[in-house]
Design a protein. Structure first.
Length: 265
C-alpha cells in the first residue's frame, strides 16, 4: 500500500487515521504492519464503502482538503470497489534498534550462519560477505555503481542488499548505503584487525524522500544532516539546483517531526 510522505507524517502525528483506496480486492488486512519512512504503520480497520456514504469527517481524517476533493480523487476507476482503511502509527521501525545493537560472539556466529544460508540459496553464489565488504569500502555510493563493480544487475543487487538490511546489517541512504554498527561488527569479526573507518556523521541523516538530486545538491554545500538544514531558508534551498518544491516540503516535514524549522519559519 503506497502512502505519500506527507500522509505518513500526518499519520505519525495522529492527524490522519484513514485512507481510501480503489482496489479490485483488498491488498491489506486488519493487523497488517507496514514499515515506512516514519516507522511502522498498522492497519486498524478495513471495510468496503460507497462514495455516497463519505462525509466531511472522513475527508478530514484522511487529510483531504474537503469532501469534494476526496470524492474527486476517488473518481478514477469507478468499476473497482472503494475501501475505507483505518491506519495508526505503531512505533519506530524495529530494524533501527537492531542496526544499533552490536552483537556478541554468539550472535555473530548466528548471523554468519544466516549469511551462509543466503549464499547457499542464491543462484549468484556467495554474495553476502562480498556485498557487505563492498558497501563498507564504498559508503554512500549509488547502487548502480556498486553493482557494476561486481558485475551484477542493479535490480538484483538491490534485492540482495534488502536482505542484509532485514538482518540489521546495512542502512539505506538517499544515495547509497552504509554498514550499520551491527554490520561493521560482523565484518570486523572476519578480519585480522578491525577496519579503520571514517567517524559516523553526528545528527539525523537527510530523509531519503527528498530524492537523489536534492541530496547531491545539499552534499555539495556539505549539508548531510537535518540539523544542518536549519541554517538555510526555503529561498536558499530553492536556489540550489536539484532542490525543488517537493524536496523542500519533505525537508520541512522531517524537520517539524523533530521540532526544527528552516531559517525564517
Amino acid at each position: 500500500m503506497m502512502i505519500r510522505p506527507a500522509e505518513l507524517a500526518a499519520i505519525k502525528a495522529g492527524v490522519v487515521d484513514l485512507a481510501f483506496r480503489r482496489w479490485a480486492k483488498p491488498r491489506v488486512v486488519v493487523g497488517t504492519r507496514m514499515r515506512t519512512g516514519v516507522g511502522v504503520i498498522e492497519v486498524t480497520s478495513l471495510e468496503q464503502v460507497s462514495v455516497s456514504s463519505l462525509r466531511a469527517e472522513d475527508a478530514r481524517r484522511a487529510g483531504a482538503p474537503s469532501l469534494a476533493a476526496l470524492r474527486e480523487a476517488l473518481a478514477a476507476r469507478p468499476e473497482d470497489p472503494l475501501w475505507r482503511i483505518g491506519l495508526a502509527y505503531a512505533g519506530p521501525d524495529p530494524r533501527e534498534a537492531l542496526r544499533a545493537a552490536v552483537p556478541d560472539a554468539a550472535e555473530i556466529a548466528a548471523i554468519n550462519a544466516r549469511l551462509d544460508r543466503l549464499d547457499a540459496a542464491s543462484s549468484y553464489g556467495t554474495w553476502t560477505r562480498e556485498t557487505l565488504d563492498l558497501i563498507d569500502l564504498n559508503p554512500t555510493v549509488r547502487a548502480p555503481e556498486l553493482a557494476a563493480q561486481v558485475g551484477r544487475e542493479t535490480a538484483d543487487f538491490k534485492k540482495d542488499v534488502r536482505k542484509l538490511k532485514e538482518l540489521g546489517l546495512t542502512e539505506s541512504l538517499a544515495i547509497g548505503y552504509l554498514l550499520s554498527p551491527r554490520g561493521e561488527a560482523v565484518v570486523d569479526a572476519g578480519l585480522p584487525e578491525p577496519r579503520v573507518r571514517e567517524p559516523r556523521e553526528a545528527g539525523t541523516p537527510l530523509p531519503r524522500s527528498i530524492g537523489a538530486p536534492a541530496t547531491r545538491a545539499l552534499r555539495a554545500v556539505e549539508v548531510t544532516t537535518l540539523e544542518q538544514v536549519v541554517s538555510y531558508s526555503a529561498a536558499d534551498l530553492a536556489a540550489m539546483h536539484g532542490v525543488g518544491p517537493m524536496a523542500i516540503s519533505r525537508l520541512r516535514e522531517a524537520l517539524a517531526e523533530r521540532g526544527l524549522a528552516l531559517t525564517g519559519e
